[in-house]
Design a protein around this ligand. Structure first.
Ligand code: SIN
Length: 332
């Protein structure tokens, strides 16, 4: 009889590892308390899908994500990817910043086997916890041949998403994760894993994990914004700014003035949209106003920030070459 595939589960915390004294409540609980061994033991069906090995890489509420944990996670992904008999890696994570960690791994990891992030909207003690099925489905996807070569994946609520595209779009619903622009890649229905299409942007491993992380922040455009935040951040040495702009990248004139000054001071400025979907138009490079503001393409502000962080870490002088930065945003 052939052996089951070997899957490694890297646990980082989140609501999937959350617990509450009141099973009827999905909103009041402590995230990141249940050890990964307990989570796995709660899903006996895993034993017929894979040989599982688990590591508790961290135990955090993902709202408190930090770069050092991203680096540690990248190290563990690289280590396990290098083991010849590992068929796939599953990462359990909090939902709140999962889209950022997914983007970070999408941009930094070149792994031959599937790397799948999963999470849960309800704690493990909830009357109708979604974590156990999400965990099982993630292992099923990680072990599936069709998941190879599709870049980093995210599996929740029976859907398979590309890490680059997926975002959390609801505060509490179990179908909180959407790939608003292009839709999911596939789905899981019991033991059927159906990957219906392949993402073109499987640009994994294009950027190194930084040794030093530059200061890159997000500002928003809205009715009558002040420029004090931008000026203060430039004053404290920010290297990059992502604007959560209105509509198709529109920025209030007050903020435009502040951002032009920031760009003149050597800060990379990237315009994303606060709408949640769509592509921010790429300005002509020669445009005297917008030419120095790079379009985030269809990346939301949080994902755009991850790309800008990694790009500036690799090449601190990139702010002076907005055309090259634009090319990176158009392709990553
Ligand atoms: C977290 O992001 O760690 C808490 C919230 C969640 O996982 O849903």
């Amino acid at each position: 009889m052939s052996q089951l595939p070997r899957i490694v589960v890297l646990a980082t915390g989140g609501t999937i590892a959350g617990a509450s004294a009141n099973p009827a409540s999905s909103a009041r609980y402590q995230a990141a308390t249940v050890p990964v061994a307990t989570l796995l033991a709660a899903v006996p069906a895993l034993q017929s899908v894979a040989r599982i090995e688990a590591e508790q890489v961290a135990q955090v509420d993902s709202k408190d994500m930090v770069f050092s944990l991203w680096s540690a996670l990248a190290d563990r992904v690289q280590y396990w990817c290098g083991q010849p008999d590992v068929a796939g890696i599953v990462i359990t994570h909090g939902t709140d910043t999962l889209e950022e960690t997914a983007m970070f791994l999408h941009l930094t990891q070149a792994c031959a086997v599937p790397v799948v992030l999963t999470a849960a909207m309800r704690p493990s003690t909830s009357l109708s916890a979604d974590g156990p099925l999400n965990l099982l489905d993630s292992v099923r996807v990680a072990a599936h041949a069709d998941a190879r070569g599709k870049g980093v994946l995210v599996v929740l609520n029976q859907q398979v998403h590309a890490a680059r595209d997926v975002a959390k779009a609801h505060t509490s619903a179990v179908d909180a994760f959407v790939s608003a622009q292009c839709g999911p890649l596939g789905y899981v229905q019991d033991d059927l894993v159906r990957i219906a299409r392949a993402p073109v942007r499987t640009a994994t491993g294009v950027l190194p994990v930084p040794e030093q992380w530059p200061d890159v922040e997000i500002v928003a455009s809205y009715a009558q914004p002040g420029r004090v935040a931008v000026d203060a951040m430039v004053g404290t040495g920010v290297r990059g700014l992502v604007v959560a702009a209105a509509g198709n990248g529109s920025v209030h004139e007050t903020l435009v003035a502040a951002l032009r000054d920031a760009a003149a001071a050597g800060v990379a400025v990237v315009r994303s949209s606060r709408t949640g979907a769509g592509h921010v138009a790429i300005p002509p490079a020669a445009d005297p106003v917008d030419g120095v503001f790079v379009s985030a393409a269809d990346l939301n502000p949080y994902k755009a920030r991850v790309l800008l962080l990694l790009a500036l870490a690799r090449e601190p002088g990139l702010a002076a070459a907005p055309d090259r930065l634009q090319a990176l945003f158009a392709s990553a």
